[in-house]
Design a protein around this ligand. Structure first.
Ligand SMILES: Cc1cc2nc3c(=O)[nH]c(=O)nc-3n(C[C@H](O)[C@H](O)[C@H](O)COP(=O)(O)OP(=O)(O)OC[C@H]3O[C@@H](n4cnc5c(N)ncnc54)[C@H](O)[C@@H]3O)c2cc1C
Length: 322
């Protein structure tokens, strides 16, 4: 690598940027992460952060990234990495399906079984869940422990970091639309409600609920209730009517939730992209290399480690150690 203090600047301190930074460091690069926001202000902090390739196309790249991410989270859960849990999952299927879905190849243990409700079958599988507060803090800790830096700094454009390092990873989520001049990026607003956990430890998803997408993801002391997926909607203020409807749908799905104390509501804008995530290298006009890594929509946690492997390869070349 060059003899500058920083080999790679990662623009973006969300799950995509931080995971990429860890992988780049493991490959020997000296990394600095720039983030325009504090950790709790970003969409990665809002995520239910359960492994599931939500709103993604049946794309071989997605399958590869999702499988690699699942394997890494399984390893982390077994190693006791802060915030990482494994959850048995029941997913209701309201429309008949001939077989397990395309993404089952990445999930490994997916079983199609008769459901509790008549005419509703269920998929059962085990999925990782990341409690994003402690998990993102752990990623930042790993980066600094390995000699990297995470700094609060907003770039006015992609040229600014490239003036300070030969390689830039553009992991700016929704902001990448403007920064990279990519009209395919769009927001998909999501709303979750956090309630006290009455003793649940199984995730339940009812994505085809006619009243709206519904999911229940128990964490250690609270439960994430969702949800919504509103393309193009950008308001992020609390919406009590929508929040109450989410709680009602979730209690209909999991009756133990009735009366659970509401802790908080969270709303975030998923960085979605027509055509799926952009993970690709580009020669910068003034010299240097840009590796784009954005547009992960509703699946940033799900694809994070697989994408980080690819980002490291695009930034540093093939890993000769593997
Ligand atoms: C309600 C909800 C539920 C979700 N549930 C799940 C789930 O269960 N599973 C899952 O996999 N995904 C889920 N997601 C999606 C997930 O949150 C996103 O895919 C993921 O967080 C995107 O991460 P990111 O790092 O690309 O973006 P972000 O977290 O938005 O991070 C972008 C970073 O770029 C920085 N940045 C932007 N512009 C600049 C600039 N000019 N200079 C410097 N820094 C800049 C920001 O400050 C920030 O640090 C959910 C999302 C929502 C809203």
């Amino acid at each position: 690598m060059s003899d500058t203090v920083t080999d790679v600047i990662v623009l973006g301190g969300g799950v995509i940027g931080l995971t990429a930074a860890v992988r780049l460091q493991q490959r020997g690069a000296r990394v600095t992460v720039w983030t325009a926001h504090d950790p709790e202000e970003i969409v990665s902090a809002v995520a239910a952060a359960v492994w599931y390739p939500s709103h993604t196309d049946a794309d071989p790249r997605v399958l590869r990234w999702a499988a690699a991410t699942l394997a890494e989270f399984r390893r982390q859960a077994a190693a006791g990495v802060p915030g990482v849990l494994m959850r048995e999952t029941r997913m209701l299927l309201r429309t008949p399906v001939p077989a397990v879905p395309w993404w089952a190849a990445a999930a490994g243990d997916v079983r199609l079984v008769a459901g509790v409700e008549p005419d509703v079958r269920e998929l059962h599988f085990t999925a990782p869940l990341a409690e994003m507060g402690p998990y993102l803090a752990e990623l930042r800790r790993r980066i600094t422990e390995a000699g990297g830096r995470v700094v609060r700094r907003r770039a006015a454009g992609l040229g600014e970091p490239l003036a300070e390092a030969p390689v830039l990873v553009n992991a700016t989520g929704l902001a990448a639309g403007a920064l990279a001049g990519d009209p395919a990026v769009f927001p998909a607003r999501g709303h979750v409600v956090l309630v006290d956990n009455p003793g649940l430890d199984v995730s339940v998803r009812d994505e085809e609920n006619p009243a709206g997408v519904t999911y229940v993801h128990p964490r250690r002391t609270d439960v994430v209730l969702g949800g919504s997926y509103d393309v193009g909607r950008t308001d992020t203020a609390p919406d009590p009517v929508e929040g109450a409807a989410i709680v009602r749908r979730c209690a209909g799905l999991v009756p133990e939730l009735a009366g659970a104390r509401v802790r908080a509501e969270r709303i975030g804008l998923r960085p979605a992209r027509h055509g799926g995530p952009r993970v690709a290298a580009q020669a910068a006009p003034g010299g240097g290399r840009i590796v784009h890594a954005y547009g992960h929509g509703g699946a940033g946690m799900t694809l994070s480690w697989g994408c980080a492997d690819e980002v490291a390869e695009l930034a540093l070349g093939p890993d000769r150690a593997t």
